[in-house]
Design a protein around this ligand. Structure first.
Ligand code: ADP
Ligand code: MG
Length: 350
């Protein structure tokens, strides 16, 4: 798609490092009063006044986290901002700033990086985030993207993974498993295309799944929604590695057990039908799939009435004493131990 040997493309060496930085960052202008200095000095300067500062970072590596055979660079830019912002929302905060570091190999022309930055800028605009710096270097093979995100929250609003108590309700936003099944559909099409480059895929019925994989939306809306409802979660985490792995994180950090009810796990109809087609168990996909970027949190039972019936929120279980253990309660009402089979870029069996 972006072959540097094409004469119409501009090679990175033509611009040089500083020319490239200027070229990629010239359209960014700060939106937040907390941004004292953005791009252009040795360091950015931020002033969060009396708020607490939230910081998180994520790195994306070509061939490990993304495949440019089906991931357009603009989507990749967008998604890399989402992956980071999601971690700030998971602290019940507001994402406000990012730094973006890139290391492309010389196979990427300037136009490819323009696409990447178009996606980054779109996400930054829609999510009200300032791009305040980064670093630019080269790699000998593939593309590396590292984003750091900064955010703010009132001290009393910050929610950790560690505050859940026995009898708290376990709640998840949106629905689960779609991004993982979108990836399965894209992988299958890639194999079909390899075998027959003239094949015209009909992906209409998979639109939702593919969108969830290529253009996830982090839950910026949830911290303000919770505030409006008058609910402060007792613990919270974002669902990036699959529901079971995140539930286990909350339990371990909070020293509780859990009963998670299979029949309550929210699934989109598109996930149910594609799982039938692929002969996969949809509960297993929701538990282990990953990349949903939804939020998982616990609330006190006394807050039940405040969230009841909200279409964004599904109660999927409740916390128990640590000694009771972590269990999935199946549709047949059997309690089976919850195991983390979250997607893990380090594992060799996947
Ligand atoms: P230094 O030599 O101090 O590392 P650089 O020349 O790398 O500075 O960067 C100059 C300015 O451009 C800095 O403000 C830096 O944060 C910003 N910057 C560098 N690379 C990027 C990038 N890929 N995206 C956004 N900002 C960048
Ligand atoms: Mg630098």
């Amino acid at each position: 798609m972006f072959d540097n040997s094409e004469p119409t493309k501009t090679s990175l060496s033509e611009l040089g490092e500083f020319g490239l930085i200027d070229h990629l960052t010239k359209n960014f202008s700060p939106k937040h009063s907390s941004t004292i200095k953005a791009i252009g000095d040795d360091a950015a300067v931020l002033d969060f006044k009396d708020k607490q500062t939230l910081v998180s970072t994520d790195m994306l590596v070509e061939g490990v986290h993304f495949d440019l055979a089906y991931m357009p660079l603009k989507h990749l830019g967008y998604k890399s901002v989402m992956v980071n912002a999601s971690d700030i929302y998971a602290m019940n905060g507001k994402a406000t700033h990012i730094t973006v570091s890139i290391a492309p190999s010389n196979r990427f022309p300037v136009e490819a990086l323009e696409e990447l930055y178009a996606g980054i800028q779109l996400a930054a605009d829609l999510y009200n985030i300032d791009v305040i710096g980064g670093d630019t270097t080269s790699s000998t093979s593939g593309l590396f993207i590292s984003i750091s995100v900064f955010g703010e929250a009132e001290k009393d609003d910050v929610v950790y993974r560690s505050g859940a108590k026995p009898n708290d309700l376990l709640v998840v936003t949106g629905d689960l498993g779609a991004a993982y099944m979108g990836l399965q559909v894209l992988e299958r099409e890639k194999q079909v295309f390899k075998a027959n480059p003239n094949a015209q895929p009909d992906l209409d019925q998979y639109t939702y799944l593919i969108e969830r994989q290529l253009k996830p939306e982090a839950r910026k809306d949830i911290p303000p929604l919770l505030k409006e409802l008058g609910v402060k979660p007792t613990s919270m985490i974002d669902v990036s590695d699959g529901l079971s792995s995140e539930v286990i994180h909350l339990c371990k950090n909070s020293k509780t057990g859990v009963n998670l009810f299979e029949e309550k796990v929210p699934l989109d109809p598109a996930v149910i039908s594609v799982c039938e087609e692929f002969e996969l168990d949809s509960t297993m996909i929701a538990l282990s799939g990953g990349e949903d970027y939804e939020l998982l949190f616990t609330i006190a039972q006394s807050d039940f009435d405040k969230i009841k019936g909200n279409p964004n929120l599904t109660i999927i279980g409740h916390m128990t004493e640590e000694s009771a253990g972590m269990h999935l309660i199946t549709r047949a009402n059997q309690a089976i131990p919850l195991v983390a089979r979250g997607w893990n870029s380090m594992s060799s069996e996947e």
